[in-house]
Design a protein. Structure first.
Length: 259
């Protein structure tokens, strides 16, 4: 739940108007392609190859290399098939429909492949170590991948929990930040810059951490915004400054912050 709130706090979720406008433009493009615009079809498929690779990787639960893996070719063909079959009267978005078609074709492909894979048991990859213990490199690799993924999830969750506790010292509840988050990306970027300025000034951060309040007067001397802007976005600026200044590498990475 905290991760969801964190994403909303950063404004990662599109507004309904933006989403509807984007879906509408996609429908127009699909209609033009279905009308026979071959150049637009080729460009559209090329532009959405990263999306196809993402859907395929998520379905296969591993990284899919577009240049090497057959699964990508199957999914790309299904994406082209979805373009031909899509109709807005379905009541679904094109990308949602395309993902369904890709998943169906991948299921068919993997079912056929499984008949051949079944002829080669995992045990054929077993190796003996120096103490004559059997090791299966495939299983070992999968176990390591699963461990690293789980470790990353736990560390991110731990950071968010710690960040939430830190916010409570300032009488800020995590859920409040979703309401305090600016609706426009340019406004968020401006506040990110102000938060970074605050975090990089040792004296300002000392005031923030000891007095538990935003040093508005001193901050106004360094940024080109009004006092009203700082006061209105007080909670948001405190949160951003704490992320920049605190032990939160995952959260900074999520903000595309580099030390």
């Amino acid at each position: 739940m905290l991760l969801v709130l964190f994403k909303r706090f950063l404004g990662k979720k599109e507004s309904q108007g933006q989403s509807e406008s984007y879906a509408s433009s996609l429908e127009v493009t699909i209609h033009q392609i279905q009308s026979g615009d071959l150049r637009l079809r080729n460009q559209f498929i090329s532009d959405y190859q990263p999306y196809v690779a993402k859907v395929t990787s998520r379905f296969c639960k591993r990284y899919i290399d577009p240049a090497r893996d057959d699964e990508f070719s199957i999914a790309l063909g299904a994406f082209n098939e979805a373009i031909n079959q899509y109709s807005s009267v379905m009541g679904r978005s094109f990308l949602g429909f395309a993902e369904t078609v890709m998943r169906r074709r991948l299921i068919d492909f993997l079912r056929k492949e499984q008949r051949f894979k079944g002829q080669i048991p995992y045990s054929s990859f077993d190796q003996e170590d120096d103490e004559d213990n059997l090791l299966n490199p495939i299983e070992v690799h999968q176990a390591i991948e699963a461990y690293e993924k789980q470790k990353g999830l736990e560390e991110r969750r731990s950071e968010i929990m710690d960040f939430s506790r830190c916010l409570s010292d300032f009488d800020i509840d995590f859920s409040e930040l979703t309401e305090a988050s600016p609706k426009h990306d340019d406004s968020r970027q401006m506040l990110f810059g102000i938060g970074r300025t605050l975090a990089q000034d040792a004296e300002l951060m000392r005031t923030l951490l000891t007095k538990r309040q935003l040093p508005i007067k001193e901050l106004l001397e360094q940024v080109q915004v009004s006092r009203k802007t700082l006061e209105r976005n007080r909670k948001y600026l405190i949160a951003i400054a704490l992320i920049y200044n605190g032990p939160y590498p995952y959260l900074r990475d999520y903000l595309h912050i580099r030390e």
